[in-house]
Each structure stands twice: as C-alpha cells, then as structure tokens.
Design a protein around this ligand. Structure first.
Ligand code: ADP
Ligand SMILES: O=P(O)(O)O[C@H]1O[C@H](CO)[C@@H](O[C@H]2O[C@H](CO)[C@@H](O)[C@H](O)[C@H]2O)[C@H](O)[C@H]1O
Length: 538
C-alpha cells in the first residue's frame, strides 16, 4: 500500500463512539475466542479449558466502519484479554494469562485470508461482520507499522520511536509462518515486528536487554527502533508477582532491523548434521558471540554476587520446578531423587562459602535464537524474552551467566537427537564436540570457563532439561524423548540397574572424559567431513 493510501486509512476515523466502549463487545466475541485462542501456538495454558475472557483494555486502531476511497476498509481492534482457566489442580505460572489480540474486522473475508478467520459474532457491536487475526493480513500489518512510525498515545496504547531514528514507510508486510511463541511480521526485508502474545505487566526483557545492549554499542543484537506498550493496569494474578507491577506498562511489540538472508543456528546445525559435517567452528564462534553479549550486559546493567542464601534459594527453586514437572509428567518421577543431587550440590557449595557472579542474561538461549549473517557469517543473538512460562519478575532477575551456556549445550543435544541421524553415535559425538567448542569459544572471549564451575553447569543443565520435559509435554509431545534422554543421562546411574551406556560421554557425572578439556576442536578428526563455515570476523 502506498504511503498516501495507508495514511488516508489511518485518518479515515469517524467521529462516533468507539465499538471498544460498547458493553456487548467482549460477550459477543467470547464464544469465538474460546474456540480460537486455545488452538493458537502462542496460547500458554494448554490442556486446561478456557471458560471465558475478561477485558483488560481495548482500542480501535482503525475504525470498524471505515472507508478508503469510497470502499469499505477493514477495521483494526486492539484487545488485551485475560483468559479464565479455573479449576486447575496444579497452579502453573501462566494461569489466567493476559493475551494481546489484534483483530481485523471486515464484512467478508477474502479467500487469501481464510486461514486467519476467527468467526462472525452473532450479536454485539460487530454482529454480522467477520473477525480475523489481523497479524495474518499484510494490509493491516502495514497500517500497524504506519501507526508505529508516529510516536504518541491512543487510549492506553503508547507508541515510541528510538530517538534519531527515521523509519521507512509503506513497506510491504510479510507475516512469518515459522513456529514461534509470539507473532512476528517482516516489513520489506527492512524490519521485523515482534508482537508479544502473552502480556505481562512490566518491561519485557526482549525490549529492555536489546535496548541496553544497543546503547552499550554491542553489535551482536538487533537494536530496537520502535515499540509499543499499554498503560492499562489490568487484573494481576499471583503468578505475575507483586502488585506494584500492575502500575508498570505492558510491553506489546518491538520493531528491530531485519537481518535479511541470515540463517538461524538451529537450521544450520541440522544442515550440518544432514551432511555429517562438523560444527565446531560455528559453535566456537557462537561461544564468542555469547560471551560478548554477556560482557556487555554485565557492564550495562546491575550485577551481584550470589552467596549462600541465594544459592539455597536457587537450588530450592530448581527442586520446586522439578516437583511441579514430575507432577505433570509421570515419566519424570523415577529420576526425581537422583536429579535432586545436582541441586543439593549447589546448596553445599554455598554452605562451603563459594560465591558466583550474577547478571542479566538471555534466559532461553538455544540455537533457534541465533542468526548467522549471510555475508560475513557473523552470529547475532535474538529473543531475550526468557523462558515464556516463567513469571516476568523472575525472567528479569540476575542469574549466573553460565545458565545460558548450559541452555545452549542442551540445544546441541536437541539437534543431534532430532536431526537426520536421530541420535545415532555419530550425531551424539557431533553434539559433544560442538558443546566443547562452544564452551571453549565462550571462555576465549572472556566468559567464565564452564569447566571451572561443573556443579553450576550440571544444576542448570538439569533444570533446563526438566523445563524442556514440561515444555515438550505441553507443546510437542512427540519431542518428549529428547529431554527425557538428557534426564536419564543427568540423573546418573540407577544403583539398582547399573550404568547407563550414555553416561560414558556425560560431562557432569564424572563417568566419562571431560568434554571441556577436549583437544582443539579445529584439529581434524577423520570421522568428520570437513565443514568450513564462513569465518566470524569479529
Ligand atoms: N532481527 C531479525 N532478523 C531476521 N530474522 C529474525 C529477526 N528476529 C527474529 N527473526 C526470525 O523470527 C523468528 C521468531 O523470532 P523470535 O524472537 O525467536 O520469536 P518467538 O519468541 O516468538 O519465538 C526467529 O526464529 C528468526 O528466524
Ligand atoms: O524460542 P522460544 O522462545 O519460543 O522457546 C521455546 O520454544 C523452543 C522450541 O521452539 C524451546 O527450545 C527447545 O527446542 C529447541 C529445538 O526446537 C532446542 O534447540 C532447545 O534447546 C530446546 O530447549 C524452548 O525451550 C522454549 O522456551
């Protein structure tokens, strides 16, 4: 759409009461949303019925009865709704979540948007019209970008542009169709807008950390150029933390430069596995990039020293998550006692007087959160939101940086087990070498050598594997065997059953060679096809 047409569409607002204040709006949408929301990939409360929605905030971004050049034009509604999910036996952090919805409203839906259909309300102010997911409609996405280009306020919505930034206009929108926890739209290969689906009061780390990194001149993370927030103080659940968060704005979406042609680390790893190619050069460069990000975060944002009480609390949190996961996933139960030894080890360290540095970290680092640029082959890190299921306050807390390292090590294991080799001996050795190379790169670039903190690494890798078990059980049950294999490995041998063969290469249980002490990953290994990724030049 041209700039003039999109500007006209934004200005085509009629002076009449907004449909968002009509009392029947949410009741009329309720049955449609109850059917549609739980089917969405981003819906966090899977497995528990939704009995209704409460309206937290609503805004009419484009009038529902607007016209452009005399023709009816789709309306655009912005809603924050809280999903009621009562009667759950286990209270998970995401209970009664608030979701951000962008709804297109039109007379009829063109066939190209059939996949975006939500439904046709029977009554209320939208009776007889078609309501659909606006983020799947390129035309409405382009208009959303126009709104984002202009700093200002619309009701509770606030739009901000980073100072001294001029945003291109009239760019064609391309909604992303990849599997993700939120919804992203690419604009003309210049920007990508990430629209957060779960709306938690408080600054989202996916805005906070990239902004801090950009201001600290760290070039490993695409810098936010514009964002939008809501000042609506909706109902707050215990899961979201202390009440004072209700007064904080809710981060709703962030626009960053799009790294055109970049390939994500997950795909690159699977490609390497499919041709039986070594990945150590890439993994090592990724370790460098991760250490650079950690160093910049430690310089830009508060840090602390974790002592006995902190370590006890961390270990207790890990044990609680293990118990909650074991309640939800019975397959985890036989390993519970042995997994806990990793957490006890942390407590013991604290009691022995050991301390560890803590800082802001990525919080959910895995290969899919890394992008390698097309030309230089330079790694960038994205998606600083943290683990989506954790409360925001916890995701914004300082933590040992090696938690990210442990999470990335899990990702190499995931790639080896889900890739073409399906976890055969060659693939597992590929993962072991990639893990070693990543740790080496991380230490070389100034990160804490993971080999120097084996107890911390084991505890965080265990905690991550437990998180993954729950994540897969909820979202991708077919993938459950992958973290369960790690659980078996990390639990160590069952004294009643003897040694698990996989333990011979485990880094943390002391049963096999220490991969962090491995020879130079760049040294050839005849069992590997040589793989030469473009050099990371920084
Ligand atoms: N700046 C960017 N440039 C290019 N692609 C990006 C960029 N940011 C995100 N992506 C792509 O969008 C996908 C989803 O982004 P991500 O932030 O991980 O969303 P989510 O948290 O919803 O999973 C990523 O896997 C990546 O392929
Ligand atoms: O990328 P998200 O922020 O949505 O993270 C969630 O989904 C991830 C999967 O898409 C999940 O990651 C797990 O699977 C990955 C392979 O798909 C693997 O590389 C990771 O190591 C593994 O943890 C992530 O845990 C979850 O929070």
């Amino acid at each position: 759409m041209s700039e003039t047409a999109s500007t006209r569409a934004l200005q085509g607002r009629h002076h009449r009461p907004s449909v968002t204040t009509a009392p029947g709006l949410l009741p009329s949408l309720d049955p449609l949303l109850r059917e549609w929301v739980p089917r969405q990939r981003w819906f966090a409360g899977k497995g528990r019925p939704v009995t209704g929605f409460d309206l937290v905030a609503a805004a009419e971004l484009l009038p529902v009865d607007g016209t452009v050049d005399g023709a009816a034009a789709p309306g655009l509604l912005h809603l924050l709704v809280r999903a009621r999910q009562p009667g759950s036996q286990v209270r998970a952090p995401e209970d009664d979540d608030c979701y951000q919805l962008l709804l297109g409203v039109h007379g009829t839906l063109p066939p190209r948007l059939a996949h975006a259909l939500i439904g046709r309300p029977d009554g209320g102010p939208l009776a007889g019209r078609t309501v659909y997911d606006a983020l799947l409609d390129p035309r409405l996405c382009t208009l959303l970008l126009e709104r984002l280009r202009v700093p200002g306020q619309l009701g509770a919505l606030r739009f901000t542009v980073e100072p001294e930034t001029s945003l291109a206009s009239g760019l064609t929108a391309r909604p992303l169709t990849t599997e993700q926890s939120n919804t992203s739209v690419v604009f003309g290969d210049a920007y990508i807008l990430k629209v957060f689906r779960r709306a938690s009061p408080g600054l989202n780390p996916d805005l906070e950390l990239p902004l801090a990194l950009a201001r600290a001149k760290c070039s490993r993370v695409p810098p936010p150029v514009a964002w939008f927030e809501s000042d609506a103080a909706g109902p707050v659940t215990a899961a979201e933390g202390p009440r004072h968060h209700a007064a904080e704005p809710i981060t709703l979406g962030v626009l960053t430069p799009f790294l055109d042609g970049a390939a994500d680390g997950w795909q690159l790893a699977l490609n390497a596995l499919s041709v039986r190619a070594d990945f150590t050069g890439s993994a090592r460069a990724l370790g460098h990039a991760t250490a650079e990000v950690h160093t910049a975060l430690a310089e830009a944002l508060p840090t602390t020293e974790l002592r006995r009480t902190h370590l006890e609390l961390i270990a207790a949190g890990m044990a609680e998550r293990l118990d909650a996961a074991a309640r939800a996933v019975p397959a985890l139960r036989p390993y519970r006692t042995r997994l806990r030894t990793a957490f006890h080890a942390l407590t013991t360290l604290g009691r022995d007087g050991r301390t560890f540095a803590a800082q802001r970290i990525h919080g959910d680092l895995h290969l899919g959160q890394t992008l390698r640029s097309a030309g230089e082959g330079r790694w960038s890190v994205i998606d600083f939101e943290g683990e989506p299921a954790r409360p925001l306050a916890e995701r914004r807390d300082v933590q040992p940086a090696v938690r990210d390292v442990a999470a990335m090590l899990r990702s190499f294991d995931y790639a080896a087990r889900s890739g073409p080799g399906g976890g055969d001996a060659w693939s597992l050795e590929w993962a072991r070498r990639a893990r070693t190379a990543f740790c080496r790169g991380y230490a070389e670039a100034g990160g804490l050598d993971p080999d120097s903190v084996p107890e911390l690494m084991r505890a965080y890798e265990t905690d991550k594997a437990v998180y993954e078990v729950l994540y897969e059980a909820r979202h991708r049950p077919d993938w459950l065997p992958i973290p369960m294999a790690a659980v078996r490995r990390l639990a160590g041998p069952d004294p009643r059953l003897g040694t698990d063969p996989e333990l011979t290469t485990d880094p943390h249980v002391g049963a096999g060679p220490d991969p962090y002490a491995e020879a130079d990953p760049e040294e050839g290994d005849s069992s590997f096809t040589t793989y030469a990724p473009p050099e990371d030049r920084t």
